[in-house]
Structures are given as structure tokens and as C-alpha cells.
Design a protein around this ligand. Structure first.
Ligand SMILES: [Cu+2]
Length: 131
């Protein structure tokens, strides 16, 4: 008798989740070199769980830094820019790894940079679009 309400709640909960659909998942891949991200633009679904496969094909460490909505880094990358980071990861020369993060929920074009001194200045920049 006591189990029935619990089952009802579980069924209702599952139905609600299914009805809403979910933001789903996105998969993107990016290669880093001196001094570029390839491809230079990628797209992910709003609010999705993103799996980013990163490869550092360069000879020095690089990082992948996604900036907040509407924000463009001013060089050199400093504390003011660091305060506007949405997600980031770094990768040693020659390494490859996957990195997961939740995509921005707001549509827009987001700046991706390498924050290592001199790298953005040398052109190490890309964009991530949330359509
Ligand atoms: Cu770099």
C-alpha cells in the first residue's frame, strides 16, 4: 500500500522528463597548433553536454578557453579576462584528451582563445556557436 504513491511519483517524474526532452549531447573535435585552433569554428546545442576531443599537435602547451556570452578578450589575457571564462582546459604538447562541459544555454557566438601569453596575440583564437 505504501509503495503505490512512490511508484506514481516515479512514473510522473519520468513522464515529465520525457515530455520536456533534454538538451542532449554535442560532440566536437579541435586540434591545437602554433598558433591556431582547427577547425576555427564549431557549433553545439544550447545547454547540451559537450564532449570536446582536443588534440595538441603543437610543440608547446596550449589551452582551450571558452569565454562568457558577449565577451571578447582584450590582449594580453589578464585577470579581467579570467573572470569571464565560461569553461577551460589545457593540454601538454603532443597530448590528446576529451573534456566535457555544459554548453551555454544562451544562443550566440562565443570566443575561444588560448590564454598562454602571446598565443592569442599570434592568432590562436576560434569561435563556438550556439544556434
Ligand atoms: Cu596556445
Amino acid at each position: 500500500m505504501g509503495k503505490i504513491p512512490i511508484i506514481a511519483v516515479l512514473v510522473l517524474g519520468a513522464g515529465w522528463i520525457a515530455a520536456c526532452g533534454g538538451p542532449g549531447t554535442s560532440e566536437i573535435s579541435t586540434a591545437m597548433t602554433e598558433f591556431a585552433f582547427t577547425p576555427s569554428s564549431s557549433s553545439v546545442s544550447a545547454g547540451s553536454e559537450v564532449t570536446l576531443t582536443l588534440t595538441n599537435d603543437g610543440t608547446v602547451d596550449h589551452n582551450w578557453v571558452l569565454m562568457d556570452a558577449g565577451y571578447t578578450v582584450t590582449t594580453p589575457f589578464d585577470d579581467a579576462d579570467r573572470a569571464k571564462v565560461f569553461a577551460e582546459t589545457s593540454l601538454a604538447a603532443g597530448d590528446s584528451a576529451t573534456f566535457t562541459f555544459t554548453a551555454p544555454s544562451e544562443a550566440g557566438t562565443y570566443q575561444v582563445v588560448c590564454s598562454i601569453p602571446g598565443h592569442l596575440e599570434a592568432g590562436m583564437e576560434a569561435s563556438l556557436t550556439v544556434p
